[in-house]
Design a protein around this ligand. Structure first.
Ligand SMILES: *Cc1c(COP(=O)(O)O)cnc(C)c1O
Length: 409
């Protein structure tokens, strides 16, 4: 009997057998833990051997409502038996309703739907070029930013490590140091069409904009007829305790991109823009075959409804304060922590040493966390994490960080 084929979808394979399949058949472009995860609920996840983990980085930021949120599960289960996919040559009530819900909670514009963050950013780049006069095509982005892996998005990503050996990169991008308004002003010329930025850099290490920076960018954009694009793929959809990151800063973008937690863990992406700018995408100019499909739409609607039913924006703010208390207290006791940065359910602990050993030590203690930029421990917890889970996670993290060998230079 071929156990591999016979067991697909029923009894899980052991972690060892799963790793073997990957070694033979899956492209090795990710560093993966040698663990087969099979089930999740809220902030907990279980592997094939029945081991339980506390997940402070659920779904790499996609599972903002935790694993298998009940309303998303129910909506998808209901929709999957009715209509899975129809092309965008038809109307679908659920896509329209989803667009309205996103519009009502943001700046009242229109939505274009796609399937991922990179894809949403590609649409934003194209729209910025289409909406502005023909001679304008240049986009200013920021060092340390992250916008995805497709060619436009990765060119917008001003980090040399992501450009190595894949050039030539797309023409028309220039990079400013994060926080430097003067540098942005110097980069603007008659060909510039847009400024693109994450309101809070995520992969870049949970980096907040300096006071007045986003306002300054809005002003530069307005003075030079540029579009201001906010990549809210990570900060959007409730992550920061507001619906969208820009709402913390009182600066409204012209275009906003969403993905990651948009559909409560189901794949989905979107671009939001004003009605006026939206008119620059005419039939035939852009498309995504799966974009806004009924399954994603139902999941996206359910994610919003669950956040509202459970008061999760408020809960995220409360959870955030508990993390802040615990982690600032830990910083007092642990010299390796340089800075604690927290906005809602977006948490960065900048260390003076490499964070990879801490991630590994936490995994051994059944706690899932992330490290970005080498030295920043990043947590993107679920908004419905319990107080007990926060303390349990912080207990483990404290123990691990306090026992980390201090090899800082
Ligand atoms: C993850 C991320 C992306 C890329 O999203 P994909 O769905 O992986 O294409 C883009 N921008 C930001 C800010 C992100 O965090």
């Amino acid at each position: 009997m071929s156990t591999t084929d016979a067991s697909a979808g029923t009894e899980p394979l052991s972690s060892t057998d799963t790793v073997e399949l990957f070694q033979k058949y899956v492209v090795p472009n990710y560093v993966r833990y040698p663990v087969n995860l099979v089930r999740g609920e809220g902030s907990k996840i279980w592997d094939a051997e029945g081991k339980e983990y506390l997940d402070l980085f659920p779904g790499w930021g996609c599972n903002l409502l935790g694993h298998c949120p009940d309303m998303v599960v129910a909506a998808v289960q209901d929709q999957v038996a009715k209509l899975i996919h129809v092309p965008n040559t038809w109307h679908m009530d659920v896509q329209g309703q989803w667009a309205k819900m996103l519009s009502d909670r943001s700046f009242g514009g229109k939505a274009f739907f796609c399937n991922s963050g990179a894809e949403a950013n590609e649409a934003a780049i194209k729209l910025a070029r289409l909406h502005t006069p023909h001679e304008k095509y240049k986009i200013i982005t920021f060092l340390g930013g992250f916008h995805g892996r497709t060619y436009g998005a990765v060119t917008a990503t001003a980090q040399p490590k992501y450009h190595q050996h894949i050039g030539p990169m797309m023409a028309g991008f220039s990079y400013a140091p994060h926080g430097d308004l003067e540098a942005v002003r110097d980069l603007v010329d008659e060909h510039t069409c847009a400024i693109m930025i994450e309101p809070i850099q995520g992969e870049g290490g949970v980096k907040l904009p300096p006071e007045g920076f986003l306002e300054g960018l809005r002003k530069i954009a307005d003075e030079n007829n540029l579009l201001l694009i906010f990549d809210e793929v990570q900060t959007g959809c409730g992550r920061t305790g507001e619906w969208f990151g820009y709402q913390h800063f009182g600066v409204q973008p012209d275009i906003m991109t969403l993905a990651k937690s948009l559909c409560g863990g189901v794949a989905g992406g979107a671009l939001m823009t004003t009605s006026e700018i939206a008119d620059s995408l005419k039939p035939g100019m852009h498309a995504a075959t799966f974009g806004g499909n009924p399954l994603a739409a139902r999941a996206g609607i359910a994610a919003i409804e669950q956040i509202e039913r459970d008061g999760l924006l408020e809960k995220a703010k409360q959870a955030s304060e508990i993390f802040r208390e615990r982690l600032t207290a830990l910083k007092q006791e642990c010299d390796l922590i340089r800075e604690v940065r927290i906005v809602g359910m977006m948490i960065g602990l900048e260390l003076s040493v490499d964070g990879a050993p801490a991630v590994k030590a936490c995994l051994e203690k059944q706690l899932l966390i992330n490290c970005t930029q080498g030295r920043v421990i990043r947590l993107l917890p679920a908004m419905n994490i319990t107080e007990e889970e926060i303390h349990h996670g912080c207990d483990i993290l404290s123990e691990v960080l306090k026992n980390l060998p201090a090899t800082a230079e």
